[in-house]
Design a protein around this ligand. Structure first.
Ligand code: CMC
Length: 427
């Protein structure tokens, strides 16, 4: 077998170094051997946006962006979306294997036993005004949980970690539903632990009316949660890993992750897509809108991805679910605009040459709207789905002995040392 090393020659000095190659990767720290002067700091890798930097070794989720492949713990997303439930997928992400029937029952019971939220959290959630964005409310709710569960600081105790995992998975939907109903001025609906996870969430949101939640909608919600459950080292997960690398408790880390998710380039895109489709308004206006995109006035929201340079496999599934949901809810007129927008973009050289395809956010909002969710809550639904992924990545981080506090370097281009100038001498 050929030697597993990378030889680098520094042409400034003629110095040659060999770096070990493992998993098609070289250790960045090895570059520091390259110096012009003996007392130099040494060379670094420059990578804004981390486009080509592996920050960790992970066994949770595999994405092949060129081929449009997504697998959780080796299982293709298409199979999980068809056959699994969200809580089963959460178990898979967290523990690495699909549960047996007994393990799954036990797991469901343990998560659903944690669905009640603390009175202090309810008090906090009632203080937000009707115009408070639900993502800001969710960040506050999760941060507040850090104060309610100070035992969560014991991040090196694996049993304690699992207790927080159960609390987060169990309580987030209840907190979201409580805040939502409070905003509407409607009575709080208690969790019903006999229901499935997504069924119970929709029940608490008030989607059951006087009867039961439509099973088509409950299943659609469950599948949408599955599709969002993890996506390896994306912006919010990396934010979570950065925060948790300082041994911050998981509530603080997840509050930070939700903050990262809130942005319109990440999980806020589902909300932005709906606003964009509403702004376009009719199919005739699509060409003019795409001209604005190509003139770089606006982005085509729900299109493009750092990793996928092919159709996002999640978007294929979401598009299919949309039509299933419409059978139950009646169609959303925005779907016609979205389908034509997609088709027109995929024939346009601007998008083709940049390999820009629909991502998971392109069609999800259309479903959420058809189900009856207000637009501003869409990113919250993304966060609920992503929670098990964040937690699985946190668990992995906390047991990874190679990990250290996240602390990137910089290239300093500022002023060299200069003496302080007193205020009366400044020109
Ligand atoms: N509309 C128009 N042009 C785009 C778009 C878009 N949505 N996305 C990328 N481009 C162009 C971009 O202008 C650039 O062109 P050029 O090379 O001529 O300057 C090229 O494509 C590469 O784009 P980039 O911004 O360098 O790509 P990135 O990997 O840094 O950004 C992205 C990825 C997802 C932030 C970006 O594609 C985007 O802004 N998409 C719209 C927002 C969106 O839908 N986000 C959801 C992502 S999927 C859900 C999740 O967050 O996990």
């Amino acid at each position: 077998m050929s030697e597993q090393t990378l030889t680098i020659t520094d042409n400034r000095t003629g110095q040659t170094i060999d770096l070990p190659i493992e998993d098609d990767t070289v250790p960045a720290i090895g570059l520091r051997q390259l110096k012009v002067q003996a007392d130099d700091f040494g060379m670094m890798a420059y990578d804004p946006g981390y486009t080509n930097t592996a920050s960790c070794k992970s066994r949770v989720t595999f994405v092949d962006g060129d081929r449009g492949i997504l697998r959780y713990r080796g299982y293709p997303i298409e199979q999980l979306a068809e056959k699994s439930t969200f809580l089963e997928v959460a178990y898979l992400l967290l523990f690495g294997e699909l549960p047996t029937a007994g393990e799954l029952t036990d797991w469901n019971d343990r998560v659903m036993a944690e669905t009640q939220i603390d009175g202090g959290l309810k008090d906090l959630l009632t203080t937000f005004g009707a115009d408070a964005h639900p993502m800001g409310v969710l960040i506050s709710a999760v941060a507040a949980m850090s104060t309610l569960y100070p035992d969560s600081k014991q991040v090196h105790d694996s049993q304690n970690r699992m207790q927080q995992v159960l609390r987060i998975l169990g309580q987030l939907p209840t907190a979201v539903a409580f805040a939502y109903r409070n905003r509407l001025g409607s009575a709080h609906i208690d969790p019903d632990n006999a229901l499935g996870y997504s069924d119970n969430f929709l029940h608490m949101m008030g989607f059951s009316g006087d009867g039961e939640v439509d099973p088509v909608l409950a299943r659609a919600m469950d599948v949408l949660f599955i599709l969002h459950a993890d996506h390896e080292q994306n912006c919010s997960t990396s934010a979570l890993r950065n925060i948790a690398s300082s041994d911050a408790d998981p509530y603080c880390a997840i509050a930070g992750a939700i903050g990262a998710l809130y942005g319109p380039l990440h999980g806020g895109a589902n909300e932005a897509v709906l606003r964009m489709l509403a702004e376009i308004g009719s199919r005739e206006k699509i060409p003019a809108f795409l001209d604005r995109v190509k003139n770089r006035e606006v982005r085509l929201m729900g299109f493009g991805h750092r990793v996928y340079k092919n159709y996002d496999p999640r978007a294929q599934i979401v598009k299919k679910i949309a039509y299933e949901v419409f059978e139950a809810t009646g169609s959303n007129p925005l779907i016609d605009i979205a389908v034509e927008l997609e088709g027109t973009a995929l024939e346009d050289d601007y998008f083709v040459s940049r390999r820009l395809y629909p991502n998971v956010d392109f069609y999800s909002g259309i479903i959420y709207q058809a189900m009856g969710f207000p637009v501003e809550i869409f990113p919250v639904l993304f966060a609920l789905g992503r929670a098990p992924g964040w937690l699985a990545q946190w668990m992995e981080l906390m047991s990874d002995t190679e990990q250290r506090i996240a602390r990137p370097r910089q290239i300093y281009l500022g002023e060299a040392e200069r003496p302080y100038v007193s205020i009366d001498e400044r020109g």
